[in-house]
Design a protein around this ligand. Structure first.
Ligand code: CAA
Length: 464
């Protein structure tokens, strides 16, 4: 049985910080954020928003635009790394909010859990729910997977300029109009790591930035190796002499902690795929240098990062590689459109990959490309760490949905925060009733109980 994404909806908070203002305030060259990392704006949550209301808002939009009623939804999963409670799952808060609109107990038989594995958990949630549909357990119902996060880092840290927030809700069924997942090719890699993690009670993560960048590349590559084998074994992709499997994947969507991480991932994968192909000779000639090799090619991530001579040369080589005709063509054709939304919004942790997917559809469609039948490859990464690589094909009815996508209109009018306003929000100095924007047709947080017997209980309302 088929399974895939029938439709999707996004909810992005309307407050933002401009990366140029931010860079000046932190004494960083604005070009580092704009050109170096690909960040132009970072979405910031208002004081009356949390990951549960972002998720509920995306979910409500998805249900309303598809006329889906609660009895049509068999499972509602929420994947996040911004959990509100050690025990109570985020989907229960979302159901509580949705029942304010659809009526008490309207979701009574809708199963679901909160999923956690940093930014990759949304992909596991999609995979598990697709298998629920493929197994025939759905009995005509749909599943909803919501990915929702607030990417918040310590003030003054290098992570601070890779913040963002938002949610993406995806409707899954057996006759998807948007994307059908390829069966039996989903591949994973996993390793116990401490590249990025958030100990109990800490609001912001502990991050080893450069280590996390390299680990992301290595883990995605490992999952991709397993994917390659499955794609060839199942026959969904056939390659000729001198080709790589990537030649037969029309678009790539990568996890985007910041927009340029997509470029980094693409150059890492292409260098390793092309090395053994005839095109490598003419590509490398354009760089005018030999591809550098680390002193200890089988070393650890730490030893590679500590090999300064190699890191400098590799950085130089990568820059030259990404200027070659072959790379530029590949990048423009298969990746560039998926990076646009990230530049405008920032990191959404679990939701970043799916915002990128949406961005790819919207901006490729705007170019006039017929997307029907195009294969999309996904590279999902979660710190801690695990990667998942999978693929799907765009379905014939996609236009019904993609022609209506308009990122700017869907975000709505945005308010630029001053640095003072941003810092007040960041340091939690304002209460939910001191929000900067008036809520319109959305759920907001009203209060959090602090009495010993009810500590942590959250109240939400739907504002008409
Ligand atoms: N003009 C133009 N470009 C400039 C520049 C300037 N003046 N100064 C620096 N740059 C470029 C650098 O060359 C570099 O580009 P390349 O990577 O292409 O070489 C880029 O700007 C960034 O510079 P640095 O690497 O020096 O930046 P940094 O060390 O200060 O911080 C970071 C970067 C490590 C990503 C940091 O923001 C961070 O720790 N972020 C949080 C962790 C993270 O996002 N990790 C990603 C992988 S883990 C993951 O994906 C999970 C997740 O969602 C968190």
């Amino acid at each position: 049985m088929a399974a895939g994404i029938d439709d999707m909806a996004i909810y992005i908070p309307r407050l933002f910080v401009d990366s140029a203002d931010f860079a000046v305030a932190r004494g960083v060259d604005p070009a580092k954020l704009k050109q170096g990392l690909g960040i132009s704006k970072m979405a910031i949550v208002d004081t009356n928003q949390d990951p549960a209301c972002l998720a509920a808002n995306a979910c409500l939009k998805l249900m309303q635009k598809n006329n889906v009623s609660p009895s049509d939804v068999g499972r509602l999963y929420v994947a996040t790394e911004s959990a509100l409670d050690e025990s109570k799952a985020l989907n229960s808060y979302v159901i509580g909010m949705l029942e304010q609109v659809y009526g008490p107990d309207s979701f009574e038989h809708c199963g679901g859990i909160e999923c956690k594995f940093a930014c990759v958990s949304g992909s596991y949630a999609l995979y598990d729910n697709s298998n629920w549909i493929r197994a025939g357990e759905a009995e005509g119902k749909s599943a909803i997977v919501v990915v929702s996060d607030i990417a918040k880092y310590d003030m003054g840290s290098t992570g601070e300029y890779t913040q963002g927030a938002g949610a993406v809700a995806m409707l899954l069924n057996d006759k998807p109009r948007l994307l059908q997942f390829d069966a039996k090719v989903t591949s994973t890699s996993i390793k116990n790591e401490y590249d990025f993690y958030r100990p109990f009670g800490k609001e912001t993560p502990i991050v080893h930035g450069q280590y996390s960048n390299l680990l992301y590349l290595i883990q995605v590559k490992k999952a991709f190796e397993a994917y390659k084998k499955k794609a060839l074994d199942t026959g969904i992709i056939k390659i000729n002499e001198g080709e790589t499997i990537l030649d037969h994947i029309d678009y790539l969507c990568m996890h985007l902690p910041y927009s340029n991480m997509g470029k980094k991932a693409l150059s890492y994968l292409l260098r390793r795929e092309w090395r053994s192909l005839p095109r490598w000779k003419r590509t490398i000639e354009q760089t005018g240098m030999e591809e550098p090799v680390p002193k200890d090619p089988r070393g650890t991530i730490e030893s590679i990062l500590a090999d300064e001579e190699y890191m400098t040369k590799d950085h130089e080589f990568t820059k030259l590689f990404t200027k070659t005709k072959e790379y530029r063509q590949f990048y423009e054709d298969k990746l560039a459109s998926s990076l646009i939304a990230s530049t405008m919004i920032g990191n959404l942790y679990t939701a970043s990959l799916y915002l990128g997917f949406r961005s790819c559809l919207e901006f490729e469609f705007q170019k006039g490309v017929d997307l029907a039948g195009k294969r999309i490859g996904f590279g999902s990464y979660g710190s801690g760490s695990s990667a998942m690589v999978f693929s799907g094909t765009v379905q014939p009815d996609y236009k019904e949905i993609v022609s209506k996508m308009n990122l700017e209109m869907e975000i709505g009018e945005r308010k630029k925060l001053s640095l003072e306003e941003y810092e007040e929000i960041h340091e939690n100095k304002r209460s939910p009733d001191q929000s900067l924007l008036d809520a319109k047709k959305e759920f907001v947080l009203v209060s959090i109980e602090d009495t010993p017997e009810s500590r942590g209980e959250r109240k939400y309302v739907f504002c008409d």
